[in-house]
Structure formats: C-alpha cells, structure tokens
Write a protein that binds this ligand. Structure first.
Ligand SMILES: *Cc1c(COP(=O)(O)O)cnc(C)c1O
Length: 451
C-alpha cells in the first residue's frame, strides 16, 4: 500500500486538522474558542499582567509533545522516548539562562504559584518563618496568605508599603531582625515602583535569611534591562511565564551566583534542592508542550521587537500616570517606575463598580486596595492598571490620551447606588462601548499577531 505523504505529516497539519475537526464535530466548543478571540480583538485589557502570546507560542503549546510522558529532566529522565523532549527542554533552559544571565534555570513548573511553592518547600520546614509582602499591600497570595498553603504550613510575617506606596524597607529590616525568617520573599502583584533587590539582600544577609525574588510581573522589564535584575542579588528567583514574558501558563525557577553554593543548613546546593523540589517532590511529569511554548516565548523575548515593546510598556506607564494626574486623579506615589499605575477611585465609586462598569464598555481592569483604606472595608478603593496590552497594540501617545479620556468619562457617567450597584444610562454605555471598539480597531491586536 502506498504511504500517504501529504496528510497529517507534521505539526502544521495536526493544528489545521484539529481546528477543522472542532468546527465539523464540536461546534459548541469551536464557537466558544472563536468567541474568545473576538473578545480579545474588541476589548482593551488594562490588567497589569495581561499579555497576548504570539501565534508561534500558541502553536508550540498545542504541539504533539503533549503526548510524551517525561518524568525527570534531561540527563536523568525516567522514561524512554524522550530524545526530542530532551532537546526542547535544553533549548528552553539555555534560552532562560541567556535571557536572564542565570547560572541555573528550571523550566518545568506548571505555574508561578507552583514555582513559589516548590522553592519554599525546598528551603523551609513546616513551621519555619517566612517574611513576604502583605497581599493587601500588593503581595501575591503565595506570600503567606492565611487561605493558601504558605499561610497554613509556615509562620508568615508580612511587610507593607508606606502611604506613598513604597515598600517600607525599614519595616522589612526590623521584622527580619525581630523574627529571623528563614526566607524573605520580595516581589509583588500590585506595585508601581522599582524593587530594590540589593537592599533586600543586605537585609537578608544581616538577618541570616535566604532571599527569594518573584519577578512574575516585571520579568520582561528585567530581561530587557529596564528594571534591575535580582538574579545575582537573590539566592533564587521565580517568575511565571504568561505575564510580561508573553509565554504559556507556567513558571521558571532561576539562580545566579548562588546556584552552586550550599543552602544554609543543608548539605546540598541550591540547584540540587530546587531540581528535587520540582520533581519528584511537587510535580510528576512535566507539560513538555508548555516547555516548548516557553522556549518559543523566551526566543521571542530576545528579539529587538520584544525590546521595543517593553520600551513602550515603560513609556506608556509614564504617560498614563501623567494623564490621570492631569485629570485630577490621585496616582499612588505620584508616578510609575514599571508597567503599573495605581489610581485612587473617587466620587463614591468602589472598585467593584468601576470594574463592572468599565467592562460593560469593553475595558478590563483590576481593582486594588490603595494605601489609606480602612482595613475593615471589604471593597477596594482603587484601580491597578498596566500597559502590557496597550504596548502590544502599539498604542501611541495620542491613543493613550484617548484611553484615559474614555476611562474617566465612563467613571463620570456612573452613578453609584451603594457599594456594588450603579446606574449607567444604556444609550451612554452603548456609545462609550462603540468608542472603545473604534479605538481597538485603530490599534489592532492583529498587527501584533501578524508582526
Ligand atoms: C501572577 C503571579 C504569580 C503566579 O501566578 P500563577 O497564576 O500561579 O502562575 C506569582 N507571583 C506573582 C507576584 C504574581 O503576580
């Protein structure tokens, strides 16, 4: 029988066939997938972490590597059939090390939260003390929130920010010296200033603590030299790959100069305990297709195009902060030094009202608790907005002004009727939505996908 050489021979065939099969045999799901692409075209995300992946990254994540079970890592694989997997993983590791100038990279963590959990489980015994940024001051839930494993297994001490929204380094130092944590965690989900990693390391050294830096939100700025790198300042650095790095859902664990030094109190090196923390302690077989997608994203992150995009991320944040200030809004700290701008809501509009009202007009935001809010208050009083998606859409100074103008007009048109209820005239809402869609069409995300 003749071998059919045209059908389903390679990755591209499989992807085409997959979409055709979904359309033909599972229209319900196919329509939902298309609806999401449509939503991404027609809405503007101002969520600080939001980022669209390149089609090449999407394709790698949907590759046939998904069929391979590959416990272990290259060189110590517990399975046969891993020749391509080994090469893909080596590529991802090499690119992660090159991009961040790291001596060690682990690319298997399924998410940023997993990467943090893996590092913490490698370095802490249950009951040990962890010092991290309080979630209501911008820290991530994995930094010791009572509702998360870190809060349940470790004694979590929290530091916060000053009224200007700056990390209170004096508080970090006094807490570190008073509680002698085994690990100090620096990094944040909602913070608009530069994190001083060297200062954190000095505090960690003084207190005899290990420093873990989490750069999930700023990895692109770090990779392109627009934010100081923690790679050598911290003992260990983690990041998720799906925020500024524009990769798939996943995490990375990185080490610089401390990669091959012994973990204080243990006989093994950081690289060794981290390897074992990922597998077998916390994960089974890696998602190799996602490792391929990480490699694709890390490769793209080394291009001049990515560098230019991160340049826009920074300059748009300055413009955004300036435009909100010019509109009379309070910007926490008066400015931004990264990709986020935090503004205080006013006129009785709560975070939850702002979120729903803005989304009804096609603008997606994160709400946030900005400094000065009473702790007992359940409703956020601010917005934490970011410029990642605006930069990918190539929004310029003029477009940035239009975005701020639209946000302000939507908030002005809202009449709050309590903490969660509000009124927005339907005709006005429809008009604002049409203006937003016009803006999205003028700065199409498709240009980014096609570039
Ligand atoms: C998003 C984020 C993470 C990880 O998130 P996952 O969704 O679990 O990948 C970790 N740390 C910080 C600071 C983050 O913002």
């Amino acid at each position: 029988m003749a071998v059919n050489t045209v059908q389903l021979q390679d990755q591209a065939d499989l992807l085409r066939r997959g979409m055709a099969d979904l359309r033909a045999e599972d229209l319900e799901l196919a329509m939902l997938l298309d609806a999401e692409v449509e939503r991404q075209h027609r809405t503007l995300s101002l969520v600080p972490s939001s980022c669209a992946v390149k089609p090449r990254t999407l394709a790698a994540s949907a590759s046939a590597l998904v069929n391979v079970t590959a416990e272990g890592t290259r060189g110590s694989r517990h399975r046969a059939g891993c020749e391509n997997v080994d090469r893909v993983e080596s590529l991802a590791i090499g690119r992660a090390r090159e991009l961040f100038d790291a001596h060690y990279a682990h690319v298997q963590s399924h998410s940023g939260s997993h990467a943090n959990a893996q590092v913490l489980s490698a370095l802490l015994e249950p009951g040990d003390t962890l010092l991290g940024m309080a979630p209501d001051h911008g820290g991530h839930l994995t930094y010791g929130s009572p509702s998360i494993f870190t809060g349940a297994y470790y004694k979590a001490i929290r530091y916060g920010t000053t009224a200007e929204g700056l990390i209170d380094y004096a508080q970090v130092r006094s807490l570190a010296l008073a509680h002698r944590p085994r690990v100090i965690l620096c990094g944040a989900s909602a913070y608009s200033r530069v994190v001083d990693f060297e200062r954190f390391r000095a505090i960690a050294d003084e207190a005899g603590a290990i420093l873990l830096a989490d750069i999930s939100h700023i990895a692109g700025l770090v990779a392109t030299g627009r934010h100081p790198s923690p790679i050598n300042a911290a003992h260990v650095t983690t990041t998720c790959t799906h925020k500024q790095l524009g990769g798939p859902r996943g995490g990375l664990i990185l080490c610089g100069r401390d990669a091959h030094t012994k973990v204080p109190g243990l006989r093994a090196t950081f690289s060794r305990v981290l390897d074992q923390a990922v597998f077998p302690r916390m994960q089974g077989a890696p998602a190799v297709n996602m490792i391929a997608a990480k490699a694709a994203a890390l490769g793209y992150a080394m291009t001049a195009e990515f560098d230019a995009c991160m340049g826009r991320v920074r300059s748009l944040a300055d413009e955004l902060a300036g435009a909100f200030l010019a509109r009379g809004y309070e910007v926490v700290g008066g400015r931004s030094e990264n990709h986020t701008v935090q503004i205080r809501l006013r006129d009785g509009i709560s975070g939850s009202i702002a979120e729903v009202a803005l989304e009804s007009c096609g603008i997606v935001v994160n709400t946030h608790r900005v400094p000065g809010q009473a702790r007992a208050c359940a409703v956020d009083n601010g917005l934490c907005i970011g410029t990642g998606s605006m930069a990918q859409r190539n929004i310029d100074t003029d477009g940035c002004r239009q975005v701020v103008d639209l946000v302000c007009r939507i908030l002005q048109q809202v009449t709050p009727l309590g903490e969660h209820e509000y009124r927005l005239e339907p005709a006005m809402q429809a008009q604002l939505r049409a203006e937003l869609e016009h803006l999205c069409a003028k700065y199409p995300i498709a240009d980014y996908w096609e570039s």
